[in-house]
Design a protein around this ligand. Sequence first.
Ligand SMILES: [Zn+2]
Length: 259
Amino acid sequence: MAGATYALRALVLRKTKLAESDLIVTLLAEDGRQVRAVAKGARKPSSPFSSRLEIFCEVDLLMASGKNLDIVKEARLVDAHRGLTADMEHAAAAAPMADLAARLCQPGLESPKLFALSSSAFSHAERADAQGAAAVCAAYMLKAFSFAGFRPSLRRCVVCGALLAFDAVTESRVGVRFSVAEGGAVCDSCLLFSDAVRVPAEVLSWADFLLMSTFDAVARQAPPVRVSFEVLHVCQSWAREHLGSRIKSLEFLFVSGVF
Ligand SMILES: [Zn+2]
């Protein structure tokens, strides 16, 4: 039997089929907690949940506490973020954001900034063109990692703190040493014992811009898609090192050829 009811604003991040026609939805609640809940009958075409519990939807829910998982009783759309599923480019750029949010949020752990960041990123990505959506995705990943305590050091040597003097314009493809395990760029003096690989200065410079800028600015001054992808490759290595496994939808983005 269902228990006490409560209201919840949330973003839908994942859907998993359950039994004949039910769904388990993974939600990012407004306070940043992860909530997994059962939506009974949600896969029936006649269900009032259909189209309201799609991935990327922002919803107001009436929930009932359950024994294991809570139960979605009612759902009202706040913003479906339909633009994210309108074409392949937007869908491919948005999926890694939902995946990373689902990986970073945890049951019982409040992180209101993660909800605000994710909601804002979804809105900006759907309004941007394909190039802008890829840039918003890269910016979102860098910001979300930073909120979770895995902020990359992009301008200073992560070992000694020295400011790294590289000119991203004249030496755009010159490599700066970057260590995923250490957590950022590494200067020449600190290379010993480091697993650093070369990342083009242009890519680190753009990553710094994406991390430090608002989504408005990111969408307005988006780097070329090629550069956003290089930043996303760094994010993928970052996920493997610091979260323990890669983001599968990023892998799809890299090989799908939709951009
Ligand atoms: Zn150093």
